[in-house]
Design a protein around this ligand. Structure first.
Ligand SMILES: *[C@@H]1O[C@H](CO)[C@@H](O)[C@H](O)[C@H]1NC(C)=O
Ligand SMILES: *[C@@H]1O[C@H](CO)[C@@H](O)[C@H](O)[C@H]1NC(C)=O
Ligand SMILES: *[C@@H]1O[C@H](CO)[C@@H](O)[C@H](O)[C@H]1NC(C)=O
Ligand SMILES: *[C@@H]1O[C@H](CO)[C@@H](O)[C@H](O)[C@H]1NC(C)=O
Ligand SMILES: CC(=O)N[C@H]1CO[C@H](CO)[C@@H](O)[C@@H]1O
Length: 395
């Protein structure tokens, strides 16, 4: 081979190598870009955003995002860490679905908080596991008891350890169920020193959501018997059958799955529904839907009911243990914000919850608010977030 040919060959190999490296890096980059709340919903708006992964002691790998500064001139020095916990059929994206002046995560960042966003196991952002695959029945074998016992402490400990400060907690819907249950057994107070609960839930027996009631009262036990423990995904399986049935019954409502589950709202921007539905409803486990349905049917705030023999085996008693709200420390700074037309956190159930608490805490009632107005409502900033920020920052 002549020297010139050799040089050309080396050049070709080098170019090919660079090209492969380029593809590899691009592939890596694309995979990252396709996978994260930061790259899809936060960074494009100009906010600094970090993706983190937290592994629970039972092996679930959860996505956690940090918005480490606002874009309106706030600094991070002495910023209070605040952790945002979404509800069921939503994920961490729920806090950043609207414009920066409407979405709680951005508003908090612009108000000087160090914002952390959690996503519970099973949601699009938290589907990893150290050994189980998504299509195994064991992967989906959990309810909000496990969100409380594994996901929440893993994420809160991570935020507390990373920031070195106690954390402020903001939960919505199921994010309030697990926090209230956590307060009854002191498993969250080692990480959290103040909490605001939006659309708070401990009791569900007055819930008026049509789909929720259908799930709880008609179909779910049978469905569970037929399919075993599984993912509850509104695009497939039991979830899809339920939605198809609902759409058959109330076709005019069918384009709006979010409100089908959560009932009416005062202040949702309906032109954004197609955008919300690119992300939600998020998956959960069928077993978790069964646990929520148990709350609807029984009116109790208890652990998952395995049936008489299962309960004896799991809990050493015939009925599942109660989360006793009177155990919550009376001195814990807690704010509850609830709405008059909320179909999930029904006013009667919230009043029952408040009656059972050892202290009335800080209450905010908005007669015209529904379940999703607290998170994706156009006016939540003025009506809810500004008073809540005063509460979170106050002594
Ligand atoms: C489950 O998923 C894994 C990887 O995600 C795949 O290799 C396997 O074939 C799947 N098993 C079934 C039964 O679908
Ligand atoms: C699901 O979890 C329960 C309780 O932890 C356990 O008894 C059962 O064997 C598990 N089932 C599967 C399929 O993993
Ligand atoms: C839900 O089910 C659909 C259809 O089977 C599937 O394409 C999708 O990936 C599932 N969603 C999640 C987040 O698992
Ligand atoms: C409502 O949503 C549309 C479409 O995303 C958007 O252009 C508009 O600014 C939104 N209005 C408000 C008040 O957020
Ligand atoms: C209350 C308020 O200022 N809302 C504005 C937030 O931003 C959107 C989109 O930029 C505007 O349409 C709202 O009027």
């Amino acid at each position: 081979m002549r020297t010139r040919d050799k040089v050309q060959l080396v050049g070709v190999i080098q170019s090919a190598w660079w090209f492969l490296l380029f593809l590899f890096l691009l592939g890596d980059h694309l995979e990252f870009a396709a996978a994260g709340i930061c790259s899809e919903l936060i960074s494009p708006l100009g906010y600094p955003c970090e993706e983190h992964q937290v592994t629970t002691t039972d092996g679930y790998i959860l996505g956690v995002q940090r918005i480490s500064a606002g874009i309106q001139g706030s600094t991070l020095q002495h910023a209070l860490p605040v952790f945002l916990q979404h509800g069921v059929l939503a994920g961490g994206e729920h806090w950043v679905l609207n414009s920066p002046n409407e979405s709680l995560a951005f508003i908090l960042a612009d108000s000087g908080f160090d914002v952390w966003i959690g996503s519970l196991r099973g949601t699009q952002w938290s589907q990893g596991h150290v050994s189980l695959t998504l299509n195994s029945t064991s992967y989906w074998n959990w309810t909000w008891d496990e969100h409380l016992n594994y996901d929440l402490p893993a994420m809160l400990k991570f935020v507390r350890d990373t920031t070195g400060s106690p954390v402020k907690y903001v939960g919505h819907s199921q994010g309030t169920i697990i926090f209230l249950a956590g307060l009854t057994q002191s498993s969250v107070t080692q990480y959290v020193d103040k909490a605001a609960l939006l659309a708070p839930i401990a009791y569900l027996d007055h819930m008026t959501s049509i789909v929720g009631n259908a799930l709880a009262r008609l179909f779910l036990d049978q469905a569970l018997l037929h399919v075993g423990i599984r993912e509850f995904n509104t695009s497939s399986g039991v979830g899809k059958e339920l939605i198809d049935l609902y759409c058959g019954l109330i076709p005019s409502d069918c384009s709006d799955l979010l409100t089908a589950f959560t009932g009416p709202n005062c202040c949702i921007n309906s032109t954004r529904l197609p955008f919300y539905q690119q992300y939600e409803p998020q998956p959960t486990s069928t077993k978790n839907i069964a646990h929520l349905s148990q709350m609807v049917r029984t009116g109790h705030f208890r652990k998952y009911d395995y049936g008489l023999f299962g309960n004896l085996e799991h809990y050493g008693q015939p009925i599942p243990p109660a989360y006793s709200l009177s155990n919550i420390p009376a001195s814990f700074p807690l704010m509850l914000a609830y709405g008059g037309i909320d179909a999930l956190a029904d006013v009667n159930d919230v009043k029952h919850l408040i009656d059972d608490l050892p202290n009335p805490y800080v209450l905010q009632y908005l007669p015209n608010y529904g379940h999703l107005d607290y998170t994706i409502g156009k006016s939540a900033n003025r009506d809810v977030y500004q008073p809540m920020i005063q509460f979170l920052k106050g002594n």
